[in-house]
Design a binder for this molecule. Structure first.
Ligand code: SF4
Length: 333
């Protein structure tokens, strides 16, 4: 796939992802040879401008989290190129990668699992300060921890406590403070609010929006449902079985979805106005296995408008149908 969806093709992007592929080998037999592969990410390309938030949505197993982790090289991509501020991430050596880690951070889904229960909040948030030698004295270190806690809506007396003493929302705030400690430019929010109650989700999303303004941050905001990313995202990418099937400015995607899969996802999003009715599109069957994804358009086994002899044979390219609106479908766009 050569298309590289960008919101502003004339400007140098902060992040460029080109044809990213990740296959996980499946080992088997006595000699533990590779017997098959999971095609987790299958040719993902997009560009991200500084200050932008790209929402990435899709059902579990669609490759969205793997994409986020490959961009940060927490998982090694099989092929493809990731460039951050003109510097190759995919070809970076150990030292370059360590420097890049300051600019590119991640907030994980499960604040219960991602914070070490034996470390104090101060040690958790300050780990990266120590690794990158960002503070010189204990006083400076403590002052920075207090500043970070206050930035995310917590207070100085929280620094000596342990993760189990906090609620889910507070733990996610600790995770955000940890990511902010190194003054990153890009943060991958990997299902960062999915484990939280709806009211707490809204608080954390509002906090992330405020922080984006305050620190000029850029986000990749990964979630499994379109309603979560609607307000925070400038653009939204919809993924299905390892591929981006549609990517567009948020408002355009929500009002004029082109891909049948986006339409189905959107039909499940509740509309606040009770007078407006939206017909629910129920997709038949489950998402096929990423070990043997269907040929042609990966979505053809569940698509209500699939055309035999075309959709099950030819892979649709991601094409631009209107400025900034890209879709991968033989019949739409
Ligand atoms: Fe459906 Fe065919 Fe479009 Fe795929 S290419 S979404 S199967 S119509």
């Amino acid at each position: 796939m050569n298309a590289n969806p960008s919101v502003n093709p004339g400007t140098a992007p902060l992040l460029k992802v080109e044809n990213l592929v990740k296959q996980f080998p499946i080992k088997g037999g006595l000699l533990s040879r590779t017997v098959d592969k999971v095609h987790a990410v299958d040719g993902v390309s997009f560009e991200l401008q500084a200050g932008e938030t790209l929402g990435v949505v899709g059902e579990s197993g669609c490759g969205k989290s793997t994409t986020g982790r490959c961009i940060l090289r927490l998982i090694e991509p099989t092929s493809g190129e990731v460039t951050f501020r003109g510097q190759s991430v995919t070809r970076a050596g150990k030292e370059e990668l360590r420097a890049l880690a300051r600019d590119m951070q991640i907030i994980f889904q499960d604040p219960y699992a991602s914070l070490n229960p034996r470390m104090t909040v101060s040690a958790i948030i300050g780990e990266a300060l120590t690794i990158h030698k960002l503070t010189k004295t204990r006083q400076e270190y403590d002052a920075r921890i207090v500043q970070l806690l206050e930035t995310v809506g917590l207070s100085a007396d929280h620094m000596r406590r342990y993760p189990h003493e906090f609620s889910g929302g507070q733990r996610q705030r600790i995770g955000i403070a940890r990511a902010l400690a190194v003054d990153p430019k890009l943060i991958v929010c990997d299902e960062a609010v999915s484990a939280l109650d709806v009211s707490i989700q809204a608080q954390v999303i509002n906090l992330l929006e405020d922080l984006r303004e305050q620190f000029k941050l850029t986000y990749i905001f990964i979630a499994h449902d379109l309603s979560v990313v609607e307000h925070i995202s400038h653009r939204v990418a919809v993924m299905y079985l390892g591929r981006i099937v549609e990517i567009a400015p948020a408002q355009l995607l929500y009002t004029n979805p082109l891909h049948p899969y986006t339409e189905a996802l959107l039909s499940a999003v509740p509309i606040p106005d009770p007078k407006v009715k939206r017909k629910r599109i129920m997709l038949q069957g489950d998402v096929p296995s990423p070990i043997h994804p269907p040929p042609g358009c990966h979505f053809h086994t569940r698509c209500p408008i699939a055309k035999k002899g075309l959709c099950d044979v030819e892979r649709p390219e991601l094409k631009q149908s209107a400025p900034g609106h890209w879709v991968s479908c033989h019949l739409r766009g």
